[in-house]
Design a protein around this ligand. Sequence first.
Ligand SMILES: *Cc1c(COP(=O)(O)O)cnc(C)c1O
Length: 364
Amino acid sequence: MIDFENLQKTNKSFFPEYLSSFRETMESGWYILGNNVSTFEKAFAEKVGVKHCIGVASGLDALTISLVALGLPANSEVLVPSNTYIATILAILHAKLVPVLVEPEKETYNIDPGKIEPAITSRTSAILPVHLYGKSCRMDKIMQIAVKHGLKVVEDCAQSHGATLDGRQTGSFGDFGAFSFYPTKNLGALGDAGAITTNDPELAEKVISLRNYGSKIKYYNDVVGFNSRLDEMQAGFLSIKLRSLERINDHKRSLAALYTQGLDDRYIKPVSEANFFDVYHIYNVRHDDRDNLREYLLGNGIKTEVHYPLSPHRQKAMKGIFEGEYPISDEIHRTTLSLPIAFSTTHDEVKFVIEVMNSYLTSR
Ligand SMILES: *Cc1c(COP(=O)(O)O)cnc(C)c1O
């Protein structure tokens, strides 16, 4: 059986270092907002190439707190891709803002800059691009539009640790970058964790307060805050894994190259442009008979996933929130299939997946 992801295998090479970090943290007697968190924050800010990083409890919280810290007018509109993971939209709703869906480019799955300007109204306050599957959005164009219209930008970097555009890291373009360290992400913890990046010292101060009950001095509260702190255990593990992020991304990129070269061109494969460094959190293909193909692969011992089966605007939880049609999003959700590309996936496994994928086309 070829797993889609096997977290035990993915993390195994880190276990010895994790164990000594665990012991150190346990014996320190200090478990919340201590040295491990500040050490990780410093290292991650350096990696992203920004002045500030603030650890929080999850990717969803990173997005929500970023939006709250911007102090956008209540019920103002935030532009977000129509095919994103639901968490991006939940964050906008939790921040008491209005999500407005913008269709993605069919080739990159990322928000289409050409469709952003037509969606801007007098109520628009921000753009929330999502670097989906580990590919940077066209941030050069998006930042130009944002500056022109006076809009704030929060980047959803939950799938894009280490991805760059023109050598610049995702999470360093907008007012904020919001990261998730959910265990399956390219930089994954052993539980929930997240972080916010920014170059703005005032915004950083706001986030530091918001994550800790809206308080800077213990028991004195300035704003209505959250309890959303990265904990010392996870920060210790993350500092260790961060040192291997490039190795993790390189491995995933080498698997992606095998897929792109080996898979029949009748599958719609990810595209890449010279100035984009993609980190393949997900390697997806699109195919009309996605569900049959998925069955066939499973029959041959290959586990796959679908990111995602249902468009956000069709989710029960979103009833009454969106009007209009989002045909590109629907088409992506109907046809997309994610192939194994974990840190634990081997080159031989990918070669077998390619063989079975190509044999599917001749088997029908
Ligand atoms: C994983 C993910 C999130 C949410 O992160 P959590 O840490 O699970 O809260 C948000 N946006 C995208 C695009 C994601 O993939």
